[in-house]
Design a protein. Structure first.
Length: 387
């Protein structure tokens, strides 16, 4: 475990992510067919076990049947891109998102193609959004992604292109092919020359925070948010929205990454974006990213309080703990990337110095994001059964 204590100046993030984006995303997505707020679990038994005050766990394991918070981002970005495209083609500004999702414009859009690189969940969301809207979709996956995750994407009508290397190699390949084929990239990673669409993806993620406001209305504000790093899109979106919601009462913000894919940690230490070469894949596949998202970094560099890396050692145990439920806690289905926060708290029981540096103790109220369920059922079953 490694820890970097940032020196945030809590800058206003409106120039990076306009708050109107948060509201627009929520107003849109809450009216989608089958929308249901994901549960906010109160895991008091687990909190007692890990010697903290309380744990709020945002359970994304069933979101839109895709079993991941990513359903909120990629699909929403597809709809927004199509809405702007149709407004330009039809010279009409009153295109309804409900009409796009219903397939009303599928004939007009039959040659429209979206593409993205993914470790699994984001690609599944983009493919789902493309299917709903009646357009074509190409998903780039690296060889470290499981076959069942690729099959899940193909079942939604998307074409899968396999790429040697890791996620960053997949991203490089889709950038090149999209230019050649005039496809529209729907990426959750922002980079030089590509920041517009990822803002819609990030705005979609803040539906979770909108829901949490309602779910916590009779409970104290969390003292800490512990959230997964990856490229920084999720962390940046939640960090910006949490600052807007709670202002001077905002929780301490802790970004967590696998020690083998720690681009945000390294960037925080250097004070500028740093790319890391991933030599060993982490079990937490959705967090195996070597290059930071520019937008995410622009938010986190001034607003995140801590950056921490963890090993894979406690991932399986964390998944099993959540599945069994501690004490009176409910059973929770949590995939490998979903348990990063729990795995951190488990590791901190053996590292009181870092725990104290994070200001975590028996009075802490911690908000965790259970970002996925069993997105690969075979892997999940093997871990839970201990086989």
């Amino acid at each position: 475990m490694r820890h970097f204590k940032n020196s945030p100046n809590y800058q206003n993030t409106d120039t990076v992510l306009n708050p109107k984006l948060f509201d627009d995303a929520y107003q849109s997505i809450k009216n989608w067919p089958d929308y249901v707020p994901s549960p906010l679990r109160h895991l008091n038994g687990l909190a007692n076990e890990l010697k903290v005050g309380s744990i709020y766990y945002k359970d994304e394991s069933q979101r839109f049947g895709l079993k991941s918070f990513k359903a909120l981002g990629g699909a929403y970005a597809v709809v927004r891109v199509l809405k702007e495209h149709l407004a330009m083609v039809l010279k009409e500004n009153n295109i309804l998102e409900a009409d796009i999702l219903s397939g009303k414009f599928s004939d007009l859009l039959k040659n429209f193609t979206v593409a993205t690189a993914t470790d699994g969940n984001h690609g599944r969301s983009v493919a789902w959004g493309a299917q709903k809207c009646g357009i074509n979709c190409v998903i780039y996956m690296h060889k470290g992604v499981s076959e069942s995750r690729a099959i899940a994407v193909e079942l939604l009508g998307a074409k899968v292109v396999w790429v040697d290397g890791n996620y960053d190699d997949s991203l490089l390949k889709v950038k090149r092919d999209a230019i050649e084929n005039q496809w529209h990239i729907i990426s959750d990673t922002s980079y030089d020359g590509y920041t517009y669409v990822p803002k819609f993806v990030m705005a979609g993620y803040t539906v979770m925070t909108w829901e949490i406001i309602e779910q916590l209305k009779n409970d104290p504000i969390p003292t800490h948010i512990i959230i997964q790093g990856g490229v920084g899109g999720l962390a940046g979106a939640i960090c910006a929205h949490a600052a807007k919601i709670w202002r001077d009462k905002r929780p301490k913000f802790i970004v967590i990454e696998p020690e083998t894919a720690d681009c945000l940690y390294q960037s925080a230490k250097a004070g500028e974006p740093k790319m890391v070469h991933i030599e060993q894949e982490t079990m937490m596949g959705g967090l195996s990213c070597g290059e930071v998202s520019i937008i995410g970094w622009d938010i986190l560099k001034n607003n995140a309080d801590h950056f921490v890396t963890i090993s894979d050692d406690n991932v399986k145990a964390a998944m099993c703990l959540l599945s069994l439920g501690v004490g009176d806690d409910p059973s929770v289905e949590a995939g490998e990337s979903a348990v990063a926060g729990v795995a951190l708290l488990m590791e901190l029981t053996q590292d009181p110095v870092i725990k104290a540096n994070l200001s975590l103790d028996e009075n802490s109220r911690i908000l965790l994001f259970g970002t996925e369920g069993a997105t690969d059922q075979k892997i999940y079953d093997e871990i839970i059964s201990g086989s």
